[in-house]
Design a protein around this ligand. Sequence first.
Ligand code: ZN
Length: 248
Amino acid sequence: MAEKIRVTVWNEFRHEKSEESIRTIYPDGLHAVIANALSKDAELEVRLAALDDPDQGLPLDVLNNTDVLIWWGHMAHHEVNDALVEAIRARVYYGKMGLVVLHSGHHSKVFRSVVGSTGNLSWGRNQKEIVWNINPTHPIAAGIPDHFCLESEELYAEPFYVGEPDETVFLSWFEDGFVMRSGLVFKRSAGKIFYFQPGHEECRSFYNEWVQKVIHNAVYYVKPAVSAFEIPEGAPHWGFRAADEFDA
Ligand code: ZN
């Protein structure tokens, strides 16, 4: 039997503690809802991590035993240690870890560092969103209908300053007339990153079955390909050898 995919769901986990209205929606943190949905898949080994945990939730032994890191942050992006950001970026680039960045994570140090862009965009009031599946043959779109509705989600709007992504899977329409490329894949060095726009803390999007399915598909899509580490015997000049960088 194949080894399980080890998923760590990292949440800043501050809004849920400081604001009653948000705690009502996500009493154990939004990461717990994401993790519960993923845990229905017995092939996944899912753990939770939060900013206020020791080592900001990601000590080395956790980092080195995570195949896919899911990231949600908003009000405390600046508190995340630069050394941790660098450790994550290196693991993604060396094909040791896949990365899924959700919603306001577009402005996290992790997203900006790994993708190499500001991640700037426009935003506005909560409103109806239609997520259009514009890449139905893509693995992250597997089983997702041609569109699905979120009755209340925060407006995020183009231009989304991330340059041209490697793959665009979803495009969203918002009630006020704006559009947003809402599901994007970035390939950097040996790693893959998926950005998904829904997930405002005041809304219930992480309970939506399609949002859960997109995140689940994304875990499988960005997980590292083990073959990336195989260096042919006799290659005179290695492009990289991950074992040189990560002993654990
Ligand atoms: Zn938000």
